[in-house]
Ligand binder design. Structure first.
Ligand code: ADP
Length: 214
């Protein structure tokens, strides 16, 4: 075990838990004026490393441990940027039929969809299967009809840690995250440019490398 620096927010969480234990994640979030979703990766790191203990329906306790395991430190230190792979992207107007062909040719399980070059949706294998048996004209119907659309798309960024991205994959029960860059269209409008992807395969590959001590 080795000692490493926690983030400022993680230190704050520990102080809040020390002073209020047992405390629920809702109440920690309220104290910090953040959402529970934002805190989830921090709480996962703090419990995984043994600094906090979580008891279902009771809340978080401070255990008194102050060390991180080597593996925890390592996966927190790896940025999405270092691991992202090339995204498979089609335009919203692409037919469902061409989308299925793309999925086969590119050997991918998820396709990202863009409109005017910006992320507008995601299509997975199940989306195609669901609609293939629904009697749609696959050649005439645009992929936009069957995709999961913005703003419901879960994304990651190059600056996030690979651990935070993996937590999102598990929490949302999805196979793939677009890696995005936020672009300001005007004062009130933001859009996402897709610059990569993180998939369950990305995480599995890293897991194997860590197992091999690479
Ligand atoms: P599969 O269809 O192979 O089970 P997923 O589990 O990734 O693949 O997809 C399940 C559902 O979640 C699909 O409807 C898909 O459109 C949606 N989905 C996939 N990735 C994302 C994402 N990053 N953000 C939001 N929804 C997604």
């Amino acid at each position: 075990m080795i000692q490493i620096q926690l983030s400022e927010r993680q230190e704050k969480i520990i102080d809040i838990v020390k002073a209020n234990e047992p405390i629920t994640s809702e109440n920690i979030a309220k104290t910090l004026k953040l959402t529970r979703g934002t805190l989830r990766p921090d709480l996962a790191i703090l419990t995984m490393s043994g600094i906090l203990d979580a008891r279902p329906k009771v809340g978080y306790f401070y255990t008194g441990k102050t060390t991180f395991s080597f593996i925890s430190e390592k996966i927190q230190g790896i940025k999405v940027a270092e691991r992202k792979s090339v995204p498979i992207i089609v335009d919203e107007q692409t037919s469902i039929y061409d989308g299925i062909v793309t999925m086969f040719l590119e050997d991918t399980s998820t396709i990202f969809v863009t409109s005017d070059g910006y992320l507008s949706g995601v299509v997975s294998r199940k989306d195609f299967l669901k609609n293939a048996i629904g009697g749609l004209n696959l050649n005439k119907t645009p992929i936009a009809v069957i995709m999961t659309r913005m703003p419901n798309i879960i994304v990651t960024t190059s600056e996030e840690s690979i651990f935070e991205a993996a937590v999102k994959l598990i929490e949302h029960e999805i196979d793939s995250l677009p890696v995005v860059e936020v672009v300001s269209l005007d004062k009130d409008n933001k859009a996402y440019k897709v610059v990569g992807r993180i998939t369950k395969t990305t995480i599995t590959r890293l897991f194997v490398e860590l197992g091999n001590n690479e």
